[in-house]
Write a protein that binds this ligand. Structure first.
Ligand code: SAM
Length: 302
């Protein structure tokens, strides 16, 4: 199983491919210690089925939200309660919203899909309903506690253990090779990431050309931000003042749609990864002129 996913993994330190190393450990119960190794010298542990592809904190970008925040400040159990409460606050049904997000991924049964910042894994059972071998599901989060709860959640839903690969990693430096996934989902973390551009570029880098990216987070729609509704929401949680980070999308994003869901309290961005950046037809002649657009633009910049 691990061998079959090696080709999509890359070292978060240098970007090289990883290899699997197995060593016999002689303890009371003889077992095999599996690690992922890179030619740059970095090694990454595999523990309880989770691939730990985080770099040490000293190597990690400062803009990263620390996993300690989620591990210590808010337990994963509390998180599930809080998120349901938050949806109820806006008269929204959590399951319905999650189904909508998964629907937007346009999954096929053999899709390769990645959830970035999977948290306690509430979207994973919905994704697992749609994707089957040879399709693959990867769930990444920076917090070991969140990943542990996500594993437990999928187990409790009788999802076969090998169906989802759990990865500890950083959304700002995804440990996956370029153009791997047909669909990439992120819900509920980007507002707190200071380098949103980097995160979005990473999500697009690992998406296949024509693949789909779906992002959703708190943010009352702009036309409601100064209403009493918007201001009250922002008093409950200042993240509701967030605006969708559209200006940070890579130039190759196309068919970009942005909408507001759950009583217009969450923005939803969906787009495809293109291969080309948009261009002007510079060979076109200007109306009633011998000049081409290329001549004209050249003149303007001189
Ligand atoms: C609000 S929770 C969202 C959880 C989940 N996506 C859901 O649908 O409920 C945000 C998650 O982002 C994770 N996170 C924060 N910073 C991260 C980073 N730099 N890389 C990956 N995950 C991160 C947290 O550990 C947490 O699980």
């Amino acid at each position: 199983m691990l061998q079959s996913i090696l080709k999509v993994l890359r070292c978060p330190h240098c970007g090289n491919q990883l290899t699997l190393q197995e060593a016999e450990v002689s303890t009371a119960i003889n077992s095999t210690l599996k690690t992922l190794v890179c030619s740059c010298g970095k090694t990454y542990a595999i523990k309880n089925g989770v691939l730990d592809l985080r770099l040490p904190m000293s190597d990690t970008m400062k803009s990263t939200r620390l996993w300690d925040e989620y591990d210590e400040e808010m337990g994963a159990e509390q998180y599930d309660e809080l998120i349901s409460w938050l949806f109820n606050l806006f008269f929204a049904e959590e399951l319905k919203i999650r189904k909508l997000l998964v629907e937007k991924l346009e999954l096929k049964t053999d899709s390769y899909v990645l959830e970035v910042s999977c948290g306690t894994g509430s979207n994973l059972p919905l994704i697992a309903e749609k994707v089957h071998a040879p399709g693959k599901i990867f769930a990444l989060d920076i917090s070991p506690t969140m990943i542990y709860f996500a594993q437990q959640k999928t187990k409790s839903k009788n999802i076969t253990p090998n169906k989802i690969t759990f990865v500890l990693g950083n959304a700002l430096n995804l440990p996956f090779t370029d153009s791997t996934f047909d669909a990439v989902l992120h819900f509920g973390g980007i507002n707190s990431i200071s380098d949103k551009r980097k995160m979005l570029h990473e999500m697009v880098r690992v998406t296949k050309p024509q693949g789909k990216v779906v992002i959703c987070d708190e943010g009352v729609a702009p036309w409601l931000q100064n209403s009493s509704y918007g201001m009250e929401a922002a008093r409950i949680n200042s993240l509701f003042k967030s605006l969708p980070p559209l200006s940070e999308l890579p130039e190759t994003a196309y068919d970009v749609k942005c909408s507001w869901i759950s009583s217009a309290a969450f923005y939803l961005i969906e787009f495809y990864r293109g291969v080309k950046v948009p261009q002007l037809n510079k060979t076109l002649r200007l109306p009633r002129s011998d000049l081409t657009l290329e001549d004209f633009l050249g003149k303007e910049t001189k």
